[in-house]
Design a protein around this ligand. Structure first.
Ligand SMILES: CC(C)(COP(=O)(O)OP(=O)(O)OC[C@H]1O[C@@H](n2cnc3c(N)ncnc32)[C@H](O)[C@@H]1OP(=O)(O)O)[C@@H](O)C(=O)NCCC(=O)NCCS
Length: 162
């Protein structure tokens, strides 16, 4: 029903429009966006889903970040068009891209989001991992893509050097 592919540079503004539709106004003022400023998303993991007519139905992007000295993936934004929500597309985008992340050798992934949604994909609250303020620490979640990859990894989440 949906065609999933890697996001290409030509998809950029269409994905931005989908995010504008799906998130509250002012989304780019969120602290997580300061970690993305001037940094390219991870191309092999950022994906778009199109319906049979080729219309964008969902998208997921990832950015590289540092946690202390350790590299990590920052999942998000992820959004599904309101007309397609609840059809499993969000799960498809998240699970499919996480499998790619493992295959590409990424060891740990984090995000800022609703634990009740992300728990089903294996995300749990991260202790001692500090997002730029203002961020509710209860919404800072992570998942080890290699066993034990979050053990001992703490500190401020920072932008990768440009
Ligand atoms: C969150 C989002 C990506 C999920 O995509 P989706 O394709 O609708 O999700 P799925 O069909 O895979 O899963 C739907 C299930 O997730 C649940 N769910 C969706 N958002 C949730 C949330 N914030 N908290 C808890 N559960 C949530 C639904 O209730 C539904 O539950 P069910 O399986 O028991 O019926 C989509 O709703 C969206 O774009 N929302 C607006 C943007 C957003 O909030 N993005 C996430 C930022 S952290």
């Amino acid at each position: 029903m949906f065609d999933l592919s890697e996001e290409s540079p030509a998809d950029w503004w269409e994905v931005e429009a989908l995010y504008d539709l799906c998130f509250a106004p002012g989304r780019t003022a969120l602290s997580s966006y300061r970690l993305r400023d001037g940094v390219e998303p991870v191309r092999g993991l950022s994906m778009v889903a199109r319906d049979r007519e080729g219309i964008l139905a969902g998208a997921i992007r990832y950015w590289p970040v540092q946690v202390g000295d350790a590299p990590a993936l920052l999942l998000g934004p992820v959004a599904v068009h309101p007309t397609h929500q609840g059809e499993g597309l969000g799960a498809l985008l998240i699970q499919g891209s996480l499998e790619r992340a493992v295959a590409l050798g990424w060891e740990r992934v984090m995000l800022v989001g609703d634990a009740p949604y992300y728990r089903r994909f294996g995300f749990e609250p991260l202790q001692g991992v500090v997002m730029p303020p203002p961020t509710n620490p209860d919404r800072v979640l992570g998942q080890a893509l290699r066993a034990g990859a979050w053990d001992g990894v703490t500190g401020n989440v920072t932008r990768v050097p440009g």
